[in-house]
Ligand binder design. Structure first.
Ligand SMILES: [Zn+2]
Length: 369
């Protein structure tokens, strides 16, 4: 997998644009992240690719700084047990560990041909990561203590109030008022649902007694109101979404952004709601979450996971095309990235009969490491 450079003329066999349109034998140039096609260009100026050119796939939700945490040190018996064991492991590590993990994770993504990503990043790493990476990062805010809200630095282009169970509602309110792109974990687990809707379960009983926090009272009306008014938000997971919120998700499908991580959810016995999204024509993107809850960071494997599950329910080529959009167009949108990064692979064998599924398959075979 190689990157297409900006402002140079290329000629390629197949060009797939951000809407999944396929063009054959085109001369093109990328300017400011946008494609321009040309009829005639002087031959010596053209780089001949004989390849397939397409928008880099997007891993829309990951935590690269956790790449080097040892999964076998974590407790998978329940979602909350896992969170507690992860907090314990993180407390043993220093800044250098997390920076190295971030860089290693990014390298893994690039090896899979994935150059665009939505990463959740600890504030202390923001000044340490490469300058060009900053547009891919939501700076993570975890603060549940009301007395500390005043001192929180929110001066980043994109922020991630981690979740409703780890950030005080007043702080979420304050972040929403800033009107910048945000990413938030949203009804990922059964425990999250139990706490946010019924104020009970493992989050108040186990997690808050471990972290010395006092449960706050959320309810369904709070979330109905949240979904009605919120702007520029990426909601992640949605495995245990209350039924009453679903009409709003459908109604605001083109204003809100949704990212699903089916393989990570499966590690906790949770079912990602991709069927509901596809059935209702709701655009969504795909993420892997971190290596602490997944086998790899190759987001194409999330698409293949969904394909395998739903291939008998939908037209296969139609399904593969939707998954291509999940990996590209809707991925870029969900991480609020305006410029598209184009890549190419050579030797794709079925140029004459282009099938999205073959292409996804080929992409992941090419990048197995
Ligand atoms: Zn996550």
């Amino acid at each position: 997998m190689n990157l297409i450079e900006q402002n140079r003329y290329y000629k390629t066999d197949i060009f797939i644009d951000i809407n999944g349109n396929i063009y054959k034998n085109k001369i093109f140039k990328i300017e400011n992240g946008h494609v321009k096609f040309f009829e005639k260009v002087e031959k010596k100026e053209i780089i001949e690719l004989n390849s397939i050119v397409f928008p880099s796939f997007v891993n829309a939700h990951t935590h690269l700084e956790l790449t080097n945490i040892n999964k076998s040190d974590l407790n998978f018996s329940s979602f909350v047990d896992w969170v507690i064991s992860l907090i314990k492991e993180k407390r043993k590590k220093d800044e250098k560990f997390f920076l190295n993990s971030y860089l290693k994770g990014k390298n893994l993504l690039n090896n899979y041909g994935i150059y665009a990503f939505g990463n959740i990043l600890s504030p202390f790493l923001y000044d340490k990561i490469p300058e060009n990476d900053k547009e891919f990062n939501f700076v993570e805010i975890i603060e549940y203590n009301k007395n500390n809200i005043e001192n929180i630095n929110l001066n980043y282009p994109k922020v991630s109030p981690h979740s409703f169970f780890s950030v005080h509602p007043d702080l979420i309110e304050k972040i929403l008022k800033l009107n910048k792109p945000i990413s938030i974990h949203f009804f990922e687990s059964k425990e999250e649902y139990e706490y946010l809707i019924h104020n009970r379960g493992d989050i108040p009983e186990k997690l808050y007694s471990f972290t010395n926090l006092k449960p706050l009272k959320y309810n369904l009306d709070y979330f109905l109101n949240f979904l009605k008014k919120v702007q520029n938000v990426q909601l992640v997971h949605l495995c245990n979404l209350p039924e009453d919120l679903k009409p709003l998700i459908i109604k605001r499908k083109n204003e809100l952004h949704f990212t699903l991580c089916p393989r990570s959810n499966k590690k906790f016995g949770l079912k990602s709601p991709y069927y509901f999204f596809i059935k209702n024509n709701i655009p969504f993107s795909l993420g892997t979450d971190s290596l602490c809850s997944n086998d790899d960071l190759n987001v194409v494997n999330e698409a293949k996971f969904i394909f395998e599950d739903l291939k008998d329910e939908f037209d296969k080529e139609q399904l593969a095309k939707i998954l291509f959009l999940c990996l590209t167009k809707w991925g870029y949108k969900s991480i609020f990235l305006n410029t598209i990064i184009y890549v190419y692979i050579s030797n794709f064998t079925s140029y004459n009969n282009f099938y999205f599924y073959d292409f996804l398959e080929y992409h992941s075979i090419m990048n197995k490491n």
